[in-house]
Write a new protein. Structure first.
Lengths: 657, 178
């Protein structure tokens, strides 16, 4: 009997219309857990680097995490992995909600899609019965409409549905996959789903998920729940409200936007607007949100209310999660703070990424102001900025006119447009639009995270530590109950928090590089664990002092699965997955030259020091000077198969010498 | 029959506070698994959250009595501009729908307030509802003293229910004559 997982994957070939149920090797669970870990192993084994993201040979994997569907609080993430049409590297994006647990209850750990359907279809998984169904009547329907129509036609109100909208159908490089309570937005995975002509996947499951050591497991779940209750009522002092709680930042509860509006860049990641947020706006915004937000809601088995049902008169109802309530407002340099709420309603129905889409729109308008895009390119565009954003968005999701170019994202659009448009592509890393933050002094920790983060997304690597020095008076108190720190690092990391901000103890040359490396590694490894267990980063790797940490996670996994692992072993498993993802990307051509934040990311840069940071971090990770895992470190992790492949392809031999 | 003071256990439901996380379903199905907590399956839960996010409808419903036949009416309730159908609030395990039936056997499920020895401070769904959509209350009520039925009576009662009192009487009379 398999515990926590089902031990079965669904293999769907949309070209042939075949459906198979494949038993999985339990040894892979011991080596990679599940979720991202086993997804990466499948991509390594089955998708060669020559395969184009829009080839039928590319795989699109929808996975539960190892603990998904168990009573482990917040273990509900759907981990989607494929190759990105935008970065041409491995894409992994995730979403919360209810879909992954439902898939487990239907009896599967993953749905692996290959091929491309000749006609638009959707997948209906009803326990053991799986059908590929016609979706021609759903073409052009919005993400939310599609889900509702499918539930109606199946007469299954309890079916959980994930779907793409127009953007995904038209292979927009920043198209998302949406479910009512979550969206897998980053890296264009919605475009891959659209390329496979798969409009949606509906799931209904009524089977059991089993726990190996029930009493012990539940005791730990109860402890976690108690700690969540404690943390919800005891925000951390000395940090901005948005960072003080747990969950994905409590965007729908907190109306204090000072931190975002003042420190993030507006427009095409260009301007700081420090005068926007004032008492008047603050009051107005609180009122708008209180009216628009009909209810605060959560994902499966999680008490933290990170999302809100938003209804804005004249716009379709949608579920707002996280920061996209402001990303469009800021990118448009809009004067009405509620603009973001209004356009997000349409954007989510179209199914686009709430971070990339506003950046692309702002980029286009900047090109227009610079005369690179002309009235001819933008014929019919309204004159007001809100109208322009809506107009451009409508064209992008349909790939009409200039929209066809912009639909490829900032990096590719800049190169297609030419005429020095490349100079306006100043906020992408690895060809992917980033959160618009342009600050003054180089931050060595963030330098390494932005550079080497394999998800090309800062929120998927950061966490655990405060983002700025804590006020002196709260530092002692902060480190007193900082139980989340890994064994052996207590002294070092606590000292970092205690000293940070003292005379001479500041960025860029402090803390010492070894501490920088260890802090980055800790933050990153915690994310890799979550992405494999399916536990939400909002309860684990993302906030400061989270309920899940390196000390209780191994016990939780052991009790759930019956596979005994300790802290050291779990760290090693996560490193294995981390190196496997790196290896997949190395095989796709990722090298040191790709690992750098944009030139203007900080005003004060230190090229020599940055090179040294990267050198030392690579060494710390067991990678060579090009960021490629070495033969020795791969052997240590039991991944000689990667070395063999690298040597055959001349990746290691050529570049190590 | 004499009047007595009885302790009545109540789970109060505040639909406005429900965040739709379904933790109540998770913990209920785990608690009632055998061995305890060994499996999870919301379909076995004796509480279900009926929800339609886009309509902002969130209704936790506790499994009530089993009913042999569906009821005759179909009504629509409109509350705060939102339409609920009558079945939405109904607690019965009823032939007209799938709700509150064991997925394997089809046998009816009913909330038992997590009764066990020693007693829990609160039913598990209430303990796991940090939003306080579910709260627990023990009320003292005056009521009829409950008749404790013996094993034989319980058996006969179900026979009567199935075959009618006359058939049962006739059969017993016939059996007695043998």
């Amino acid at each position: 009997m398999r515990y926590a997982e089902t031990g079965v994957n669904l293999e769907i070939d949309l070209s042939r219309g075949s459906i198979e149920k494949e038993g999985t090797d339990p040894r892979l669970t011991e080596l990679y857990l599940g979720g991202l870990g086993t997804n990466a192993k499948i991509l390594w084994d089955r998708v060669t680097p020559e395969v184009d993201p829009f080839s039928p040979d590319n795989l699109l994997i929808f996975s539960t995490g190892l603990l998904g569907g168990t009573p482990a609080i917040g273990a509900n993430r759907t981990i989607v992995s494929t190759f990105s049409p935008q970065t041409l590297l491995m894409a992994y994006s995730m979403m919360g909600g209810f879909w992954a647990p439902e898939l487990k209850f239907a009896g599967y750990d993953k749905v692996i899609i290959r091929g491309r359907s000749p006609n638009p279809v959707y997948l209906w998984i009803n326990n053991g019965k799986v059908e590929i169904r016609d979706a021609s009547h759903l073409q052009g329907k919005s993400t939310y409409e599609t889900a509702e129509l499918i539930r109606e036609e199946l007469k299954e109100p309890k079916a959980q549905v994930i779907s793409i909208g127009l953007a995904g159908e038209n292979r927009v490089y920043f198209a998302s996959i949406e479910t009512h309570r979550g969206s897998a937005s980053r890296l264009g995975i919605g475009a891959v789903m659209g390329d496979k002509r798969l409009k949606a996947i509906a799931v209904r499951g009524t089977k059991d998920v089993n726990i190996a050591r029930p009493a012990e497991f539940m005791e730990l779940c109860n402890d976690v729940l108690k700690f969540i209750d404690y943390r919800l009522n005891n925000p951390i002092t000395g940090v901005p409200p948005i960072l003080a709680y747990i969950g994905s930042p409590q965007e729908m509860t907190l109306h204090d936007e000072e931190w975002h509006l003042n420190s993030f860049a507006w427009g095409n990641a260009r301007h700081r607007r420090k005068d926007f947020w004032n008492e008047e706006v603050k009051k107005k915004w609180a009122e708008i949100l209180e009216n628009a937000r009909k209810r605060l809601i959560s994902c499966y088995n999680c008490p933290v209310k990170c999302a809100g049902i938003v209804y804005y008169p004249g716009h379709p109802t949608y579920i707002m999660k996280c920061f996209s309530k402001l990303t469009y407002t800021m990118a448009a340099m809009a004067d009405n703070i509620d603009f973001g709420l209004r356009i997000a309603a349409r954007a989510q129905h179209y199914g686009v990424d709430g971070f990339s889409a506003p950046q692309v729109l702002a980029f286009a308008l900047e090109l227009y102001e610079a005369g690179i895009l002309t009235d001819k390119d933008l014929e019919g565009m309204p004159s007001d900025v809100e109208g322009r954003f809506n107009w451009l968005l409508d064209r992008i999701v349909r790939r009409e006119g200039i929209g066809d170019v912009l639909a490829n994202g900032v990096y590719w659009a800049a190169r297609q447009i030419g005429k020095e448009a490349e100079a306006y592509d100043h906020n992408t890393i690895k060809k992917h639009e980033q959160v618009p933050i342009k600050l003054g002094m180089l931050n060595p920790i963030y330098y390494l995270m932005w550079s080497t983060g394999e998800k090309a997304n800062i929120t998927q690597i950061e966490g655990q530590i405060p983002q700025a020095p804590l006020p002196k008076e709260v530092r002692e108190e902060f480190v007193k109950d900082w139980v989340q720190v890994p064994t052996g690092k207590e002294e070092k990391f606590k000292q970092f928090v205690l000293e940070w901000g003292e005379e001479g103890k500041n960025f860029p040359f402090w803390p010492p590089i070894d501490v920088v490396s260890e802090l980055v590694d800790w933050q990153e490894i915690m994310h890799y664990i979550d992405d494999s267990t399916g536990i939400c980063a909002g309860l684990s790797s993302f906030p400061i002092k989270p309920p899940y940490h390196i000390h209780n996670l191994p016990i939780l996994i052991s009790h759930a699965t019956g596979i005994d692992i300790g802290e050291h072993e779990l760290w090693k498993i996560a490193s294995r997955t981390r190196n496997l993802v790196r290896a997949i990307n190395v095989r796709k051509g990722l090298r040191r030259k790709d690992e750098r934040p944009p030139e203007d990311h900080w005003k004060k840069r230190f090229p020599e020091y940055e090179a040294k940071l990267l050198d030392e971090y690579y060494k710390f990770k067991g990678w060579n000077n090009e960021g490629i895992p070495t033969k020795e470190s791969l052997h240590e992790l039991g991944m000689d198969y990667i070395t063999e492949d690298f040597e055959q392809r001349g990746i290691l031999n050529n570049e190590q010498s | 029959m004499s009047k007595v003071k009885k302790k009545v256990k109540v789970i109060n439901i505040d639909v406005d506070k429900c965040n739709g996380c379904r933790a109540c379903e998770v913990i209920c199905s785990a608690f009632h698994a055998a061995p305890k907590y060994s499996s999870i399956n919301p379909e076995r839960s004796r509480i279900r959250v009926l929800f339609e996010p886009l309509k902002n409808i969130y209704v936790p419903v506790l499994a009530g009595e089993y009913t042999e036949a569906e009821c005759n009416g179909r009504y629509i309730y409109t509350i705060d501009g939102k339409e609920y159908d009558e079945c939405g609030f109904c607690r019965a395990s009823c032939p007209s729908r799938e709700l509150f039936k064991e997925p394997d056997s089809g046998l009816p499920l009913k909330c038992d307030m997590c009764e066990e020895e020693p007693p829990l401070p609160e039913p598990m769904c209430v303990q796991w509802c940090l939003s306080d959509a579910l709260t627990y209350e023990e009320r003292e009520e005056e009521g009829e003293e409950e008749e404790k039925l013996g094993e034989m009576e319980i058996g006969l009662e179900s026979l009567v229910k199935k075959h009618g009192v006359k058939t049962v009487m006739d059969t017993i009379t016939r059996l007695a004559k043998k």
